[in-house]
Design a protein around this ligand. Structure first.
Ligand code: HEM
Length: 136
């Protein structure tokens, strides 16, 4: 069997944290309609409990993402790779921004748009991250 090395740990932590952030939003999206219909009082508790797990996970994607960048010799990469990396980081910043709008916003529009765009940009960051690894 192959042995793990530091790169394995770095990518494991990055992908684990990214999965909690993006996957958690998908799971919560599935739970919310049922909770709203059957236990509307529990919505706030569920949202707060999710935020306590999701934000530390997002912080870990940032820390491991910076570790990724330090590990990749940017000057040895192609312009295509650098543009793709820029889009990846931009989408990562966008998903956090929309999630913050979703949790701090008071209007229905802020809740709906923040939630939907937070998930879409998170999925985009995930896809483009995998593109960095698998393309080129
Ligand atoms: C929600 C936010 C994020 C998601 C969903 C995400 C997801 C991913 C995924 C799935 C990969 C592919 C890992 C693999 O090789 O299998 C990746 C790679 C990468 N990510 Fe992220 N990421 C996020 C945030 C960030 C941030 C904030 C940074 C930089 C500050 C970053 C920098 C990188 C770099 C440089 C790679 C390439 C690593 C390599 O090929 O060695 N990511 N990301």
């Amino acid at each position: 069997m192959l042995s793990p090395n530091v790169d394995t740990i770095r990518l494991f932590l990055h992908v684990l944290a990214a999965s909690v952030w993006v996957g958690g939003q998908i799971v919560l999206g599935g739970l919310v309609p049922r909770l709203r219909a059957e236990h509307p009082d529990s919505l706030k508790t569920a949202a707060n409990a999710f935020a306590r797990v999701a934000w530390p996970a997002f912080a870990l994607t940032m820390v491991t993402g910076i570790w990724n960048i330090l590990d990749v010799s940017i000057s040895d990469t192609t312009t295509e790779y650098q543009v793709t990396l820029f889009v990846h980081v931009l989408l990562a910043v966008a998903t956090a921004m929309f999630a913050a709008i979703h949790s701090l916003g008071r209007s229905k529009l802020a809740l709906a748009l923040g939630g939907a765009l937070g998930l879409l940009t998170g999925l985009g960051a995930m896809f483009i991250g995998l593109l960095l690894r698998t393309a080129g």
